[in-house]
Design a protein around this ligand. Sequence first.
Ligand SMILES: [Zn+2]
Length: 69
Amino acid sequence: MALISCPECQKEGISDQALTCPHCGVPIAMKSPSRLVSTALKRVGIPLLLAALGFMLDNPSDRSESDEI
Ligand SMILES: [Zn+2]
């Protein structure tokens, strides 16, 4: 856990886990998770997408669906 300063009111000592600034109420946690998600997406997103595509191509879902019905 790190202490950051508020991007809005510039007050320091706010937990980076805090959802909002306790001083002015501006959303804090909105910023870092979205950056984390985009970083994670860049790292695993494309290989994951390719893997999912390959999986879908290897296993046509319409065949198994018609078998069940
Ligand atoms: Zn603030």
